[in-house]
Design a protein around this ligand. Structure first.
Ligand code: FPP
Length: 264
């Protein structure tokens, strides 16, 4: 009886989310959503579980949100999975986090392929353990020709590191006479960033109540709309994503200018 009731309740929730999804699809959707997935540790602590249990649960949320974002019609989903600063965490936690992409892809790659998702990665891949590198490269190769949602993992990613690398490459090309210093522009710099093949994020989400960027896409977020929630990442679900999208759709993006009726 109780089980039937719960099932009925879940169905009600999913019909509701589905309605919201269909309504949102009538309006301008954010093409690129970037997420700082935070709060795994606190989720675990609340349940007296080890921190890594929170990361494992967070991995399941990645799967759920990827599938739903694709269904909604989001073109790119960038997920901050491991920062250049996360190496400072205890060895056991780092090792666990480095196993997660492998477990995620071993379990869900067939489904991602079926859903036409293209896996990409930004960050310093060379410094990842061999097993992580192998799993990610394999997923990228196997999904390279898919043209549905781009699932872009930020792994061993740091925005300052990305900008420094870009500047070094540009400086070297100037030195070699391949480009001249006076042609350096925003567009040119964009082409040296790890996001060169992606559009800029339209919407940034950070979970768990923290309100900072933590060295994430500092250049690319210049005109992005931000949305923060107290929900911890393992608890984040389809309804939360719809909350963020609906909030985005109410915003008036002006990119520093004025819109229509405001001009006079
Ligand atoms: C921050 O929470 C989260 C991370 C550093 C790791 C995020 C990783 C996942 C959600 C899983 C990634 C899955 C794949 C497939 C790569 P925190 O540990 O800082 O939480 P806390 O602030 O509550 O301690």
């Amino acid at each position: 009886m109780l089980k039937r009731l719960i099932r009925k309740n879940e169905k009600t929730i999913s019909i509701h989310v589905n309605d919201r999804k269909e309504k949102a699809q009538q309006e301008q959707l954010p093409g690129h959503i970037a997420i700082i997935m935070d709060g795994n540790g606190r989720w675990a602590k609340k349940r007296s579980l080890p921190r890594v249990a929170g990361h494992h649960e967070g991995m399941k949320t990645v799967k759920k949100i990827t599938r739903f974002a694709n269904e909604v019609g989001i073109k790119t989903l960038t997920l901050y999975a491991f920062s250049t600063e996360n190496w400072k965490r205890p060895k056991i936690e780092v090792e666990f986090l480095m196993r997660l992409p492998e477990e995620f892809l071993a379990t869900y790659l067939p489904e991602l392929i079926e859903q036409n998702v293209q896996v990409q990665m930004m960050g310093n891949i060379e410094l990842l353990p061999e097993h992580t590198k192998r799993a990610v490269k394999r997923a990228m190769e196997q999904t390279a020709s898919n043209d549905g949602l781009i699932l872009n993992f930020a792994l061993n990613y740091g925005s300052r590191d990305e900008i420094v690398q870009a500047v070094q490459k540009i400086a070297q090309e100037v030195q070699e006479g391949k480009i001249s210093a006076d042609t350096i522009s925003e567009d040119l710099l964009n082409n040296y960033l790890m996001t060169k093949n992606l559009t800029e994020p339209d919407l940034l989400i950070r979970t768990s109540g923290e309100v900072r960027l933590s060295n994430f896409m500092l250049w690319q977020l210049a005109y992005t709309e931000f949305w923060f929630t107290d929900t911890l990442w393992p608890d984040f679900d389809e309804a939360c994503l719809m909350d963020a999208i609906e909030s985005y759709q109410k915003r008036n993006r002006r990119y520093g200018g004025l819109k229509g009726e405001e001009v006079n």
